[in-house]
Design a protein around this ligand. Structure first.
Ligand SMILES: [Zn+2]
Length: 236
């Protein structure tokens, strides 16, 4: 895309798109944002969170990085925008849902099985956040899929190491959702803690668990992303 293409898109946003949402943006500016959901997703260009969740302006607090990884709470691996965003979303925005969304054909997960360039020290260090999910096997499409899913659960477990997250999950104030987006099928598979597996949204009874269930009897808190209703709430 040339610079000129960007310029025409910027102009089109202002003339074609903005008028449709002007009232919504006005509210969001005057009243501030109150997103219900922190979405931690891979940076992959094929993952489009707004499309997947039927969301609009003001709905999602988004963090994206290579692999949809969650860094350790103790900051032991350096500066982390993702860790800062988690703290901000939980403590200031008071989100009620945290989604960790991986996906099929993830280059970040595949990279766990491949050598990385010597001159990419940040990438090499970052990938260690997914290392535990890697399997001691040759890379195959099945191994990749399983590693992608295992990584989502691993990141949710690390999220539970954040004291402010753990306390709210245990009190039922925040629900965690593990998602694996299968690009070629156009379907999100949601983590089910009871079976320990991922279930296609079309067959799922809820919009995904974390590795810890605040309501062991199976009750799921009201979710704007419940697979059954298919429509995000509060979407102006
Ligand atoms: Zn990815």
């Amino acid at each position: 895309m040339s610079d000129d293409a960007f310029l025409s898109r910027l102009r089109r946003f202002n003339t074609d798109y903005f008028p449709q949402y002007q009232a919504r943006f006005k509210d969001l500016v005057e009243q501030g944002q109150q997103p219900s959901t922190l979405f931690i997703g891979c940076s992959d260009s094929r993952l489009v969170p707004y499309l997947l969740t039927g969301s609009g302006p003001g709905d999602l607090f988004l963090v994206r990085n290579v692999g949809a990884f969650v860094p350790p709470y103790d900051g032991s691996q350096g500066h982390h925008g993702t860790a800062a965003a988690i703290e901000y979303a939980v403590l200031t925005l008071k989100v009620e849902h945290i989604i960790v969304c991986g996906h099929s054909h993830c280059g970040g997960i595949r990279a766990l099985y491949e050598e990385q360039p010597e001159d990419a020290p940040n990438l090499r260090a970052w990938l260690e956040l997914g290392r535990e999910a890697a399997l001691p096997v040759q890379l195959s499409s099945e191994a990749l899929r399983r590693t992608e899913e295992r990584s989502v659960v691993l990141q949710l477990e690390r999220l539970m190491d954040y004291p402010m997250v753990r306390a709210r999950v245990e009190r039922g104030e925040i629900s965690l959702h593990g998602w694996h987006y299968v690009i070629e099928a156009g379907e999100v598979h949601v983590f089910d803690v009871k079976t320990g597996g991922f279930v296609p949204a079309s067959k799922a009874l809820h919009s995904g668990d974390g590795p810890y269930l605040a309501h062991p009897e199976g009750h799921h808190p009201e979710s704007p992303f419940n697979a059954a209703d298919g429509q995000a709430e509060g979407n102006a």
